[in-house]
Design a protein around this ligand. Structure first.
Ligand SMILES: *Cc1c(COP(=O)(O)O)cnc(C)c1O
Length: 371
């Protein structure tokens, strides 16, 4: 273990504002899912997503699940998901009773390939869930044209709070957007999520389903089976403080990625996070590097760890996971998701990282790769 501080891949940035709001929530007695911070958090997140409506839920996975169900997606339906994502995107489709179809991602921006999505679309395709991976917005206009107006679009914006497409914030561009507020995300509530949309009936349906599907006019009358997918006022209090500080978080993360680009992309000639094509602006959730094809990633991670530097491999492609290996899959001659997943490494990216930390990571990588 080195004497220098441990550099984690991610850590929550919790300050005095968070303490103040959470304490206020605790003292108010509104500790469950009723309370003023929940409403305020929903207004604040609607603004972050540039959407008219926001419904807070318990986490990002159930945000996706309840959105699919609210859209009427279920048994016999197919939903297109990128092959490279966190497994929750595909799991939500299965929870809704529908079948995921795995679409390969683009080499240049790591997000779902619109042309392949078009090839994957059949009469059974009811929805597509583009994932703004690592903060890079997927090309939604191209995707919409590719799949056609009959297919609902749901943004998985769990990693991209504040990114934009044609000047519009992600989460407000597609038919619905789903966010996560897990501890390592750009906004955290500990655990939490939300659904954003400009579709008022959809928002109302999500709100109904996530709260036991209880009639709003007749207490304890449940015309359907719902869920308790609610966010608590305590969690929302944390989230309100986080949103007030989001611009600062995004600035800090952008600066960190800038240093990494200088020290690693330029210095070591290794590709890092994609810069999306015109019209889209990314945020930096995690700073990622693509190692050379012949590099021994596990050995490199071990060496970094021995020097106090945390790192994490990319997500495994969905087609390599037991629940999804038999899913229909659309790719070109070779899987881009597999190639990225094999070479990708996430580097220390918390708000507190300084330029000298980045230089230390770069030096360590240079040594490990004998560059
Ligand atoms: C984090 C994440 C989720 C799931 O969010 P939870 O709040 O952990 O349920 C879904 N999709 C992607 C792409 C994520 O990164």
């Amino acid at each position: 273990m080195s004497e220098e501080a441990w550099l984690p891949v991610a850590e929550p940035d919790i300050g005095e504002l968070e303490e103040r709001y959470v304490l206020e929530a605790v003292r108010s007695g509104w500790v469950s899912s009723l309370g003023p911070f929940v409403e305020r958090f929903e207004r604040d997140m609607a603004r972050v997503a540039g959407a008219e409506h926001c419904v807070a839920v318990a986490n990002g996975t159930v945000a996706l699940h309840v959105t699919l169900v609210a859209m009427g997606v279920g048994r016999g339906d197919e939903v297109l998901v990128p092959d490279l994502t966190f497994a929750a995107t595909a799991a939500a489709v299965v929870h809704a009773g529908a079948t995921p179809v795995l679409v390969d991602v683009r080499e240049d921006d790591w997000t779902i390939d619109a042309e392949l999505a078009q090839r994957a679309t059949t009469s059974r395709t009811k929805a597509v869930i583009p994932v703004h991976l690592f903060g890079v917005p997927a090309d939604l206009p191209a995707l919409r044209d590719a799949v056609g107006a009959g297919v609902r679009t749901i943004e998985d914006a769990a990693e991209a709070h504040g990114a934009t497409i044609d000047g519009r914030r992600v989460g407000g561009v597609a038919d619905a957007g789903c966010f996560s507020f897990y501890g390592n995300k750009l906004v955290t509530t500990g655990e939490g999520g939300c659904v954003t949309t400009n579709d008022a009936p959809l928002a109302a349906r999500v709100r109904f389903l996530k709260d036991h599907a209880m009639s709003s006019s007749r207490r304890y009358f449940h015309p359907e089976v719902g869920w308790n997918y609610r966010l608590t006022n305590l969690q929302a209090a944390l989230g309100c403080a986080q949103i007030e500080r989001l611009d600062g978080t995004l600035r800090a993360r952008a600066a960190i990625l800038g240093w990494y680009r200088e020290h690693i992309e330029v210095g070591l000639q290794l590709r890092m996070n994609p810069v999306p094509s015109a019209g889209r602006s990314a945020v930096n959730w995690l700073s990622c590097v693509l190692l050379p094809v012949d590099a021994d990633r596990d050995a490199i991670m071990g060496l970094l760890r021995s020097r106090g530097i945390d790192s994490r491999p990319f997500f495994e492609p969905m087609h390599s996971l037991p629940p999804y290996e038999s899913c229909r899959r659309v790719t070109r001659d070779r899987s881009v998701a597999a190639s990225l997943a094999q070479r990708g490494l996430c580097l220390p990216s918390s708000n507190k990282i300084r330029e000298r930390d980045v230089a230390r990571v770069a030096e360590c990588l240079r040594y490990a790769l004998r560059l």
